[in-house]
Design a protein around this ligand. Structure first.
Ligand SMILES: C[S@@+](CC[C@H](N)C(=O)[O-])C[C@H]1O[C@@H](n2cnc3c(N)ncnc32)[C@H](O)[C@@H]1O
Length: 483
């Protein structure tokens, strides 16, 4: 039997966590349930996100390609929430869980196709309703309570690099008239405003008239946030255009700019894009499949509040995701007498939402497309880096990254501030998501994979800790054509 205790830094707190105290009750429960210990993995994570998709104890089947009789299973424990709880009873409960203890909202599938991403999309499109109900703006849910994208020094560094490139091109008559900058995932536009304000100030001092040639393209898939951002940068209206665009496929909309963009600027977006997870356990490769569900007791509470039956809940959630809270209230006023009631249903459902997980054999890596034109073979060096590992594929981020690189001018660069795992070992030492930030999903981004793919495309890809605020987890990825 393997016991995988992920050595999160919090386990070394001044008051040490009781490691054995969290292993023995689980072993006792497995003994009482007469589990075949040869087929069990125990995995202990410190799940740092207060809101997430896991229970304190989860049981995950590890399916075998050979025969169902060879299936194994994993017992996963959240060490943070498990402290002081009766882990033996919780484990036994999970091992005995039966159909009917949860209400499923979808069938099994790769996580990047889960309904959690429909919730995520709805959050950004109906952000105003969520923020009104929660009483806080989305930035307050980000690490540190604000976005690093607002940092003026970080923006100034990037702008100085641009000026240096432009000066060299201008001196040889090779600088195009229009200087394109693309921002993907603009949120409330604070990043754009800081960039444009600092750009104008530095250009004034620099004296080469770049501001008047700047074309700043703000892109987002939510019309609502684009409207917010446009208002925020009204002082720069002549320099700015906005586009509804999918961050994982920017060229669908911006293809006309291939090879002409000097800066693609992305912050806190890649960690918000759909992703699968894969695992290499005991020499075999698996994809993690998930299934969104609600505890049956929670579904019953939701139903009671609507004077409906619990069996109606999956269909109502489906309607919520299809129509949004405004549409749901308009379509079913007898259940939701106003938008606020529909938003309340949304927020309560989201809070209870869990993901059941199972490991399914992945088969030949080259048959798994990580993103359009990126073969699963790119995962091999990471998966076979020694020892068991489970990691994110960051499919949406990878697709967006590859597509964005094709937009770059030969002297252009991509700059991305985000939560990156920068070393494969990072997947063995901590929990990397998914977590919930208010109504959105967060997963750390697989930096080694993006770097591997980017380098194969001829780009120099680097990671540096975000220098301008102390101690946070944000890392800056830069990519530019290699020498
Ligand atoms: C956490 S906010 C970041 C906002 C800003 N860049 C910052 O750092 O403060 C994430 C932004 O990405 C956008 N977004 C999320 N998924 C997207 C997708 N698939 N395509 C385009 N935009 C997306 C959201 O609408 C939101 O504006």
């Amino acid at each position: 039997m393997i016991v995988d205790f992920r050595p999160h830094a919090r386990l070394r707190d001044r008051v040490p966590r009781d490691i054995t105290g969290s292993v023995s009750p689980v072993l006792e429960a497995l003994g009482e349930e007469r589990a075949d210990l040869a087929r069990v993995r125990l995995v202990y994570d410190w799940v740092q996100y207060r809101e997430n998709f896991r229970d304190v104890v989860d049981v995950r089947p590890i399916l075998s390609r050979a025969a169902p009789g060879d299936d194994a299973f994993e017992v996963a424990v959240d060490v943070r929430r498990g402290a002081g709880l009766p882990l033996r009873e919780l484990t036994a409960e999970r091992l005995r869980e039966k159909a009917g203890d949860v209400v499923f909202l979808e069938d099994w599938g790769p996580t990047r196709e889960s309904r959690i991403w429909d919730f995520n999309t709805m959050y950004w499109s109906a952000l105003r309703s969520w923020e009104e109900a929660s009483g806080q703006e989305y930035e307050q849910a980000l690490p540190g309570g604000r976005s690093d994208a607002r940092n003026r020094d970080a923006a100034a560094d990037v702008i100085r690099d641009l000026f240096a490139v432009w000066d060299r091109l201008a001196d040889t008559g090779a600088l195009p008239e229009e200087l394109y900058v693309v921002e993907l995932g603009v949120g409330n536009g604070n990043q754009a405003r800081v960039f444009l304000d600092v750009f104008r100030d530095l250009d004034h001092v620099h004296g080469r008239g770049y501001y008047d040639r700047l074309r700043y393209l703000m892109c987002d898939y939510s019309q609502h946030v684009l409207d917010l951002a446009r208002e925020n940068v009204a002082g720069h209206a002549a320099r700015v255009a906005s586009y509804v665009a999918e961050a994982s496929r920017p060229c669908d909309v911006l293809g006309f700019l291939r090879g002409r963009v000097f800066l693609v600027y992305v912050s806190n977006v890649y960690d918000n894009l759909p992703t699968d997870e894969v695992a290499h356990l005991a020499g075999r490769t698996y994809r993690v499949e998930t299934r969104a569900c609600l505890p049956a007791t929670g579904a019953a509470e939701l139903a009671a509040a609507l004077s409906a039956s619990p069996v109606e809940i999956p269909a109502l959630v489906g309607e919520l995701l299809r129509l949004g809270p405004d549409g749901l209230a308009a379509a079913t006023p007898e259940l939701f007498p106003g938008v606020a009631a529909a938003v309340d249903f949304w927020r309560r459902t989201w809070s209870m939402l869990r993901l059941k997980e199972r490991y399914v054999p992945l088969g030949a890596l080259d048959l798994y497309a990580l993103a359009p034109s990126v073969s699963g073979e790119m995962l091999r060096p990471l998966l076979e880096s020694g020892g068991d590992i489970r990691m994110h594929v960051s499919n949406g981020a990878l697709a967006g990254f590859v597509d964005s690189l094709t937009l770059l001018h030969p002297f252009g660069m991509l700059v991305c501030h985000d939560l990156f795992v920068t070393d494969v070992q990072g997947y063995r030492t901590g929990f990397r998501g998914p977590g919930k930030y208010d109504g959105s999903v967060v997963n750390w981004v697989n930096g080694p994979l993006l770097a591997h793919v980017g380098r194969r495309m001829g780009f120099d890809v680097r990671f540096t800790p975000f220098r301008h605020t102390g101690g946070g987890n944000i890392v800056t990825l830069t990519a530019q054509v290699g020498d």
